[in-house]
Design a protein around this ligand. Structure first.
Ligand SMILES: C[S@@+](CC[C@H](N)C(=O)[O-])C[C@H]1O[C@@H](n2cnc3c(N)ncnc32)[C@H](O)[C@@H]1O
Length: 263
């Protein structure tokens, strides 16, 4: 297994993906992110008010703000994300110190040796062009026994996707957890792997808005027409008989990789 790459089906975002999706991001993900944050709280038990925390690929700053408030942090969280549109939303939140750059630029360009107590990397590692280099850089930026928490959607998730999207998602997630775990070990972290399952219910109309709005970057491989075909397929198949106001069920599993710097 080649462990310098994250997935056989690599997923670099289309250049303008987050520019386009930013204004809808919190609407698309609110339910999922609230439920995920609640499930993640126990992984933040070790965060103390004086700790210095970074969130890489921090998006609209939802997790950073919640962690800042939950753990009564005295320092804002360093939110590293290259998308100015996502950062524009993050800047309005409490406890966010925005750094508009990629993870690659951050680990190569910032002197942060032994600086952070905790680093988060939630739903973004698949976008890194040099993941192993970045993990090594993040390890250098942690204090001894500091932890990097990598969180990513797991393959036992069950979302009402149309057939081609489901195939693309499956290919993307196959051996994803194993690859990241191996990569963290190669970067000389101690790694503990766990899984959290969450359930989100939302209106079928919102789910279709999310598919049309390409809520996840994998959907960029489909044209508008293919997405409409997919939705027609859901209407005659998996979501048949549900009104637009009815609830569809999203079952998510998340792989949680807690990587501790040994010394
Ligand atoms: C799916 S969003 C996740 C945002 C946030 N962590 C969350 O869970 O809501 C992925 C984020 O990764 C950012 N991103 C894309 N390429 C990146 C890179 N090379 N380095 C750091 N972040 C990147 C995008 O701008 C986007 O905000």
């Amino acid at each position: 297994m080649e462990i310098n790459s994250i997935s056989e089906s690599v997923c670099f975002p289309k250049a303008d993906h987050y520019r386009v999706v930013a204004s809808n991001y919190d609407y698309f993900y609110q339910g999922k992110n609230e439920a995920l944050m609640n499930a993640l709280l126990k992984y933040f038990d070790d965060v103390q008010p004086k700790h210095v925390v970074a969130d890489i690929g921090s998006g609209t700053g939802f997790f950073a703000e919640r962690l800042y408030e939950e753990r009564h942090l005295t320092n804002p969280i360093w939110c590293v994300d290259p998308s100015p549109e996502m950062q524009a939303i993050a800047k309005k939140r409490r406890g966010v110190y925005p750094i508009t750059m990629t993870a690659e630029q951050f680990v190569h360009g910032f002197k942060t040796e032994k600086f952070f107590d905790k680093v988060l990397c939630i739903s973004c590692i698949h976008h890194f062009t040099e993941p192993l280099e970045i993990l090594r850089g993040l390890k250098a930026s942690l204090r001894p026994r500091g932890t990097l928490l990598v969180v990513n959607i797991g393959k036992s998730s069950n979302l009402p996707l149309f057939t081609n999207a489901e195939k693309s998602f499956g290919a993307f997630l196959s051996s994803f957890k194993e690859r990241i775990t191996a990569m963290l070990q190669k970067a000389d972290f101690e790694v503990e792997v766990s899984e959290e399952k969450i359930y989100v219910g939302l209106k079928k109309s919102q789910w279709y808005e999310m598919l049309r709005g390409r809520f996840t970057s994998n959907l960029n491989e489909f044209t508008d027409e293919e997405i409409e075909d997919g939705i027609r397929g859901l209407e005659t198949g998996r979501l048949k008989g549900l009104c637009l106001e009815d609830e569809v069920k999203l079952h998510y599993s998340f792989d949680i990789l807690k990587a501790t710097k040994r010394y």
